[in-house]
Design a protein around this ligand. Sequence first.
Ligand SMILES: C[S@@+](CC[C@H](N)C(=O)[O-])C[C@H]1O[C@@H](n2cnc3c(N)ncnc32)[C@H](O)[C@@H]1O
Length: 250
Amino acid sequence: MKFDILTLFPAMFEGPMTESILKRASDKGLIEIGLHNIRDWAFDKHATADDSPYGGGAGMVMKVEPLAGAIEAVKEKRPGSKVILTTPGGRPFTHQVAQELSREEGLIIICGRYEGVDERVRTLFVDDEISLGDFVLTGGEIAAMVIVDAVSRLVPAVLGHEESAQYDSFADGLLEYPQYTRPPEFRGEKVPDILLSGNHAEIAKWRRKEQIRRTLASRPELLDGIEWSKQDKKLLKELGLDPHLTKGTA
Ligand SMILES: C[S@@+](CC[C@H](N)C(=O)[O-])C[C@H]1O[C@@H](n2cnc3c(N)ncnc32)[C@H](O)[C@@H]1O
Protein backbone atom coordinates (compact mmCIF):
# COMPACT_ATOMS: atom_id res chain seq x y z
CA MET A 1 0.00 0.00 0.00
CA LYS A 2 1.39 3.37 -1.03
CA PHE A 3 0.53 6.51 0.88
CA ASP A 4 1.39 9.92 -0.53
CA ILE A 5 0.79 12.82 1.81
CA LEU A 6 0.50 16.36 0.51
CA THR A 7 1.26 18.79 3.30
CA LEU A 8 2.76 22.16 4.14
CA PHE A 9 4.39 20.58 7.21
CA PRO A 10 6.17 17.33 6.26
CA ALA A 11 8.32 17.46 9.43
CA MET A 12 5.20 16.75 11.51
CA PHE A 13 5.26 13.16 10.25
CA GLU A 14 8.66 12.37 11.80
CA GLY A 15 7.94 10.07 14.70
CA PRO A 16 4.40 8.85 14.12
CA MET A 17 5.35 7.44 10.72
CA THR A 18 8.91 6.39 11.57
CA GLU A 19 8.52 4.35 14.76
CA SER A 20 7.24 0.94 15.81
CA ILE A 21 4.78 -0.96 13.59
CA LEU A 22 4.71 1.58 10.76
CA LYS A 23 8.51 1.69 10.66
CA ARG A 24 8.68 -2.11 10.52
CA ALA A 25 6.04 -2.20 7.78
CA SER A 26 7.95 0.42 5.76
CA ASP A 27 11.25 -1.41 6.24
CA LYS A 28 9.66 -4.61 4.96
CA GLY A 29 8.16 -2.80 1.95
CA LEU A 30 4.58 -3.61 3.02
CA ILE A 31 3.72 0.07 3.05
CA GLU A 32 5.40 3.09 1.50
CA ILE A 33 4.88 6.61 2.81
CA GLY A 34 5.80 9.53 0.56
CA LEU A 35 5.78 13.06 1.97
CA HIS A 36 5.35 15.92 -0.48
CA ASN A 37 5.66 19.58 0.43
CA ILE A 38 2.89 21.45 -1.38
CA ARG A 39 5.11 24.55 -1.45
CA ASP A 40 7.37 22.78 -3.95
CA TRP A 41 4.61 23.39 -6.51
CA ALA A 42 4.08 27.07 -5.66
CA PHE A 43 5.19 29.26 -8.54
CA ASP A 44 6.23 32.59 -6.96
CA LYS A 45 9.53 33.30 -5.27
CA HIS A 46 7.93 33.29 -1.79
CA ALA A 47 6.44 29.82 -2.42
CA THR A 48 2.98 31.13 -1.55
CA ALA A 49 0.48 28.34 -0.92
CA ASP A 50 -2.44 30.37 0.52
CA ASP A 51 -4.35 33.55 -0.18
CA SER A 52 -7.24 35.56 1.26
CA PRO A 53 -10.77 34.31 0.51
CA TYR A 54 -12.86 35.82 -2.28
CA GLY A 55 -15.85 37.55 -0.72
CA GLY A 56 -13.88 38.48 2.38
CA GLY A 57 -13.90 36.85 5.76
CA ALA A 58 -11.41 35.56 8.28
CA GLY A 59 -8.33 33.48 7.57
CA MET A 60 -6.63 32.24 4.45
CA VAL A 61 -7.48 29.59 1.88
CA MET A 62 -5.03 27.11 0.34
CA LYS A 63 -4.50 28.01 -3.30
CA VAL A 64 -5.58 25.66 -6.07
CA GLU A 65 -2.48 25.83 -8.33
CA PRO A 66 0.17 24.42 -5.93
CA LEU A 67 -2.22 21.67 -4.87
CA ALA A 68 -3.14 20.89 -8.48
CA GLY A 69 0.58 20.64 -9.35
CA ALA A 70 1.28 18.38 -6.36
CA ILE A 71 -1.69 16.08 -7.02
CA GLU A 72 -0.95 15.77 -10.74
CA ALA A 73 2.75 15.07 -10.15
CA VAL A 74 2.01 12.31 -7.62
CA LYS A 75 -0.82 10.89 -9.74
CA GLU A 76 1.54 10.59 -12.68
CA LYS A 77 3.72 8.25 -10.60
CA ARG A 78 0.75 6.48 -9.01
CA PRO A 79 -2.19 6.52 -11.43
CA GLY A 80 -4.06 3.89 -9.39
CA SER A 81 -4.10 5.89 -6.16
CA LYS A 82 -7.26 7.40 -4.73
CA VAL A 83 -7.17 11.11 -3.82
CA ILE A 84 -8.52 11.84 -0.35
CA LEU A 85 -9.24 15.23 1.14
CA THR A 86 -9.17 15.50 4.93
CA THR A 87 -12.05 17.76 5.93
CA PRO A 88 -14.59 18.11 8.74
CA GLY A 89 -17.22 17.89 5.97
CA GLY A 90 -16.13 14.42 4.85
CA ARG A 91 -17.66 11.04 5.63
CA PRO A 92 -16.85 9.88 9.14
CA PHE A 93 -13.74 7.71 9.42
CA THR A 94 -14.65 4.30 10.86
CA HIS A 95 -13.21 0.80 10.94
CA GLN A 96 -15.29 -0.03 7.87
CA VAL A 97 -13.91 2.94 5.96
CA ALA A 98 -10.36 1.93 7.02
CA GLN A 99 -11.02 -1.60 5.71
CA GLU A 100 -12.35 -0.23 2.44
CA LEU A 101 -9.31 2.03 2.01
CA SER A 102 -6.90 -0.80 2.87
CA ARG A 103 -8.01 -2.54 -0.34
CA GLU A 104 -6.94 0.44 -2.49
CA GLU A 105 -3.68 0.37 -4.44
CA GLY A 106 -2.62 3.67 -2.91
CA LEU A 107 -3.91 6.80 -1.20
CA ILE A 108 -2.95 10.39 -1.90
CA ILE A 109 -3.99 12.34 1.19
CA ILE A 110 -4.39 16.11 1.11
CA CYS A 111 -3.77 17.92 4.40
CA GLY A 112 -5.65 21.18 4.55
CA ARG A 113 -4.57 24.17 6.66
CA TYR A 114 -5.99 27.59 7.49
CA GLU A 115 -9.66 27.79 6.41
CA GLY A 116 -9.20 24.77 4.16
CA VAL A 117 -8.58 24.32 0.43
CA ASP A 118 -9.98 26.21 -2.57
CA GLU A 119 -13.23 24.46 -3.53
CA ARG A 120 -11.85 23.67 -7.00
CA VAL A 121 -9.36 21.25 -5.46
CA ARG A 122 -12.33 19.26 -4.24
CA THR A 123 -14.36 19.47 -7.44
CA LEU A 124 -11.49 18.75 -9.83
CA PHE A 125 -9.23 16.27 -8.06
CA VAL A 126 -10.76 14.63 -5.00
CA ASP A 127 -12.20 11.09 -5.05
CA ASP A 128 -13.16 10.84 -1.40
CA GLU A 129 -13.49 13.15 1.62
CA ILE A 130 -12.78 11.91 5.12
CA SER A 131 -13.56 13.46 8.49
CA LEU A 132 -12.14 12.27 11.79
CA GLY A 133 -15.23 13.48 13.60
CA ASP A 134 -17.40 16.44 14.45
CA PHE A 135 -14.64 18.76 15.61
CA VAL A 136 -12.13 21.00 13.90
CA LEU A 137 -8.39 20.30 13.87
CA THR A 138 -5.78 22.95 13.12
CA GLY A 139 -4.77 21.01 10.02
CA GLY A 140 -5.18 17.78 8.10
CA GLU A 141 -1.80 16.32 9.13
CA ILE A 142 -3.06 14.58 12.26
CA ALA A 143 -6.06 13.30 10.31
CA ALA A 144 -3.69 11.92 7.65
CA MET A 145 -1.59 10.23 10.34
CA VAL A 146 -4.70 8.59 11.79
CA ILE A 147 -5.80 7.36 8.36
CA VAL A 148 -2.33 5.99 7.52
CA ASP A 149 -2.06 4.29 10.92
CA ALA A 150 -5.51 2.69 10.95
CA VAL A 151 -5.35 1.61 7.30
CA SER A 152 -1.79 0.24 7.54
CA ARG A 153 -2.61 -2.15 10.38
CA LEU A 154 -5.25 -3.72 8.12
CA VAL A 155 -2.80 -4.29 5.27
CA PRO A 156 -1.93 -8.02 5.18
CA ALA A 157 1.21 -8.96 7.17
CA VAL A 158 1.66 -5.48 8.74
CA LEU A 159 0.59 -6.84 12.10
CA GLY A 160 2.29 -9.95 13.38
CA HIS A 161 0.10 -12.93 14.27
CA GLU A 162 0.06 -11.99 17.97
CA GLU A 163 -1.13 -8.47 17.11
CA SER A 164 -3.85 -9.64 14.72
CA ALA A 165 -6.54 -7.02 13.99
CA GLN A 166 -9.24 -9.68 13.72
CA TYR A 167 -9.99 -9.57 17.48
CA ASP A 168 -9.88 -5.79 17.85
CA SER A 169 -12.84 -3.58 18.56
CA PHE A 170 -15.18 -3.15 15.55
CA ALA A 171 -13.63 -6.06 13.59
CA ASP A 172 -16.73 -8.18 14.22
CA GLY A 173 -18.99 -5.22 14.93
CA LEU A 174 -18.52 -5.27 18.71
CA LEU A 175 -16.11 -3.60 21.13
CA GLU A 176 -13.26 -5.67 22.49
CA TYR A 177 -13.57 -7.68 25.71
CA PRO A 178 -11.58 -6.52 28.81
CA GLN A 179 -7.90 -7.48 28.72
CA TYR A 180 -5.68 -8.29 31.72
CA THR A 181 -2.06 -9.25 32.30
CA ARG A 182 0.05 -9.95 35.40
CA PRO A 183 -0.31 -9.38 38.36
CA PRO A 184 -3.47 -11.38 39.17
CA GLU A 185 -4.50 -8.77 41.75
CA PHE A 186 -3.83 -5.02 41.90
CA ARG A 187 -5.17 -2.73 44.65
CA GLY A 188 -7.94 -5.15 45.43
CA GLU A 189 -8.99 -5.54 41.77
CA LYS A 190 -8.74 -9.19 40.76
CA VAL A 191 -8.39 -10.72 37.32
CA PRO A 192 -11.60 -12.73 36.69
CA ASP A 193 -11.05 -16.36 37.77
CA ILE A 194 -12.17 -17.68 34.40
CA LEU A 195 -9.11 -16.14 32.71
CA LEU A 196 -6.81 -18.05 35.07
CA SER A 197 -8.72 -21.32 34.63
CA GLY A 198 -7.02 -22.55 31.45
CA ASN A 199 -10.47 -23.57 30.13
CA HIS A 200 -10.31 -22.09 26.65
CA ALA A 201 -13.89 -22.82 25.66
CA GLU A 202 -15.19 -21.06 28.78
CA ILE A 203 -12.74 -18.19 28.30
CA ALA A 204 -13.99 -17.69 24.73
CA LYS A 205 -17.59 -17.72 25.98
CA TRP A 206 -16.77 -15.19 28.75
CA ARG A 207 -14.98 -12.92 26.28
CA ARG A 208 -17.87 -12.95 23.83
CA LYS A 209 -20.32 -12.15 26.62
CA GLU A 210 -18.11 -9.29 27.83
CA GLN A 211 -17.91 -7.94 24.28
CA ILE A 212 -21.69 -7.79 24.14
CA ARG A 213 -21.96 -6.36 27.66
CA ARG A 214 -19.36 -3.66 27.00
CA THR A 215 -20.84 -2.73 23.61
CA LEU A 216 -24.29 -2.50 25.15
CA ALA A 217 -22.98 -0.21 27.90
CA SER A 218 -20.90 2.15 25.72
CA ARG A 219 -22.12 1.86 22.13
CA PRO A 220 -25.54 0.18 22.03
CA GLU A 221 -26.17 1.32 18.46
CA LEU A 222 -23.39 -1.04 17.30
CA LEU A 223 -25.52 -4.04 18.32
CA ASP A 224 -28.08 -3.10 15.72
CA GLY A 225 -27.93 -5.29 12.66
CA ILE A 226 -25.43 -7.83 14.00
CA GLU A 227 -26.01 -11.39 12.82
CA TRP A 228 -26.14 -13.37 16.06
CA SER A 229 -25.01 -17.00 16.15
CA LYS A 230 -26.92 -19.63 18.13
CA GLN A 231 -24.29 -19.36 20.87
CA ASP A 232 -24.59 -15.54 20.86
CA LYS A 233 -28.36 -15.79 21.26
CA LYS A 234 -27.83 -17.85 24.40
CA LEU A 235 -25.43 -15.23 25.76
CA LEU A 236 -27.86 -12.43 24.91
CA LYS A 237 -30.55 -14.23 26.88
CA GLU A 238 -28.18 -14.62 29.82
CA LEU A 239 -27.63 -10.84 29.63
CA GLY A 240 -31.38 -10.30 29.62
CA LEU A 241 -31.44 -9.16 25.99
CA ASP A 242 -33.82 -10.15 23.24
CA PRO A 243 -31.78 -11.26 20.19
CA HIS A 244 -34.47 -9.74 17.95
CA LEU A 245 -34.14 -6.33 19.59
CA THR A 246 -30.52 -5.73 18.81
CA LYS A 247 -30.61 -2.06 19.77
CA GLY A 248 -29.77 -3.17 23.26
CA THR A 249 -33.20 -2.97 24.78
CA ALA A 250 -33.99 -5.89 27.03
C1 LIG B 1 -8.90 24.72 10.56
S1 LIG B 1 -9.38 23.40 9.51
C2 LIG B 1 -10.51 24.19 8.42
C3 LIG B 1 -11.90 24.10 8.88
C4 LIG B 1 -12.91 24.67 7.92
N1 LIG B 1 -12.82 26.11 7.88
C5 LIG B 1 -14.31 24.27 8.34
O1 LIG B 1 -14.95 25.01 9.09
O2 LIG B 1 -14.78 23.19 7.92
C6 LIG B 1 -7.97 23.16 8.52
C7 LIG B 1 -7.82 21.77 7.94
O3 LIG B 1 -7.75 20.82 8.98
C8 LIG B 1 -8.25 19.57 8.52
N2 LIG B 1 -9.33 19.15 9.44
C9 LIG B 1 -9.88 19.90 10.43
N3 LIG B 1 -10.81 19.20 11.10
C10 LIG B 1 -10.85 17.97 10.54
C11 LIG B 1 -11.62 16.81 10.79
N4 LIG B 1 -12.54 16.77 11.74
N5 LIG B 1 -11.38 15.73 10.03
C12 LIG B 1 -10.46 15.75 9.05
N6 LIG B 1 -9.70 16.84 8.76
C13 LIG B 1 -9.89 17.94 9.49
C14 LIG B 1 -8.75 19.79 7.09
O4 LIG B 1 -7.75 19.36 6.22
C15 LIG B 1 -8.93 21.27 7.05
O5 LIG B 1 -8.81 21.78 5.74
